[in-house]
Design a protein around this ligand. Structure first.
Ligand SMILES: *Cc1c(COP(=O)(O)O)cnc(C)c1O
Length: 383
């Protein structure tokens, strides 16, 4: 197997990746090689990963249930703590039923694999997450990708009652919102199913943090499949898929990533439950985050960077060239600032960027330090 050739190819293109040496991440800070950095690279948008309520819930569940679920859900893995989390998610999001998964990646795979056969079509936004793109490639359904958020392009390719349209609530590398009113209208008119991956909207947008659909005034009934993750604003990890009782019953029988996978460890389920309860009344954290987003965007205006039209916690600066992106990230690191340097294939070729993410855990001083470091890093480019 010529995998070393693939690796060498990535290396030659300046696209080879390796694990960063992180010692510890704790909210606004992270530590690497004995040094502390301000962390602008995580997805802990509300700062919940460090909340005492979550730690204590995990502790308590570990003592009551143990460290692991010991089986897949249909065997004996599904316990009281899982049922309680499911009920809370349904109540929060207005869903009839939900199914818990150990990751968003496996949830997306399971849903698309279980629902679509070779007679179906699958329409995906071009910028959808790798887990959705890959599920589409592995599925026997015919996948049709449409230009990002381009409803006319989607409409031109739609066929009546032929399959599933999938898009994201908040696009993970751009920070903009999907056109959910438009998607709901087109799906309704054409009699196709609609699925949202709201990994980055859940907890952050809408009333009680219910996500992108609530933010944009789209009723839950208009979107048959709601997928959300616990590893972003909820600060833990894992995911769920929700919708009608019939959909969930079907996935419980045919979703292989659900049926054949060990269930969420009870401490994890308990921490997520605490996170959902906290997120529902976290208007203060959401207000703090929005305030920091405004401060950051106002400050970047004065700098020689291209800011994308994002009003969310994801504030990418598109640099374009990969080497320049890495050099800028390195200069920020020298100044104690850790941001994500995102290169193809995670983003389109020519779209390398600094993926800067803000969190309610940050302070105004942190944003000030980030802006100052960005100004110095930009200046350092043209000595
Ligand atoms: C992170 C992410 C996933 C994967 O979720 P995990 O729980 O991390 O596996 C899926 N979709 C989107 C849009 C994501 O950002």
């Amino acid at each position: 197997m010529p995998f070393h050739l693939s690796l060498a190819g990535r290396e030659a293109a300046g696209l080879k990746r390796s694990l960063p040496l992180i010692d510890k991440v704790a909210g606004r800070l992270l530590w690497s090689a004995g040094r502390a950095y301000l962390n602008f690279a995580g997805n802990d948008y509300l700062g919940l990963s460090q909340a005492p309520e979550l730690r204590e819930a995990a502790d308590r569940a570990a003592r009551e249930f143990g460290a692991g679920a010991v089986a897949s859900p249909l065997v004996v893995g599904h316990q009281a703590v899982h049922r309680e989390l499911e009920a809370e998610l349904c109540d929060w999001l207005g869903l009839e039923a939900v199914l818990l998964f150990s990751s968003g990646f496996s949830a997306n795979q399971a849903v698309i694999k279980a629902l679509l056969g070779k007679e179906h079509l699958l329409w995906q936004d071009r910028l959808n997450h790798a887990s959705l793109q890959e599920a589409g490639l592995l599925s026997p359904a015919r996948m049709l990708r449409f230009a990002h958020n381009d409803m006319a392009a989607l409409e031109a390719r739609l066929k009546p009652e032929a399959g599933l349209i999938v898009s994201e609530g908040v696009f993970s590398m751009d920070g903009d919102l999907g056109d959910w009113p438009g998607l709901a209208r087109l799906a309704g008119q054409s009699g196709n199913w609609l699925m949202i991956d709201d990994a980055h909207g859940l907890g952050v947008l809408g009333r009680e943090g219910r996500g992108t659909l609530d933010e944009l005034g789209v009723a839950p009934e208009q979107v048959q499949i709601f997928m959300g993750t616990f590893g972003k604003a909820l600060g833990v990890s894992g995911a769920f898929v929700g919708g009608s009782r019939a959909l969930v019953d079907y996935l419980l029988n045919f979703g292989r990533g659900y049926v054949y996978s060990t269930h969420l460890p009870p401490p994890q389920a308990a921490a997520v439950l605490a996170a959902v309860r906290l997120a529902r009344r976290a208007d203060d954290r959401r207000a703090q985050l929005n305030q920091l987003v405004r401060q950051f965007r106002a400050g970047v205006q004065a700098l020689p960077f291209e800011l994308l039209p994002s009003a969310t916690a994801i504030q990418p600066l598109v640099i374009g060239d990969e080497a320049r992106t890495l050099a800028l990230a390195a200069r920020l690191k020298e100044r104690g600032i850790w941001v994500g340097a995102i290169r193809p294939p995670t983003v389109p070729v020519g779209g390398a960027r600094l993926r800067i993410t803000l969190s309610a855990a940050h302070t105004q001083e942190d944003i000030g330090a980030l802006l100052k470091a960005l100004a110095e890093a930009a200046e350092g480019e043209h000595p």
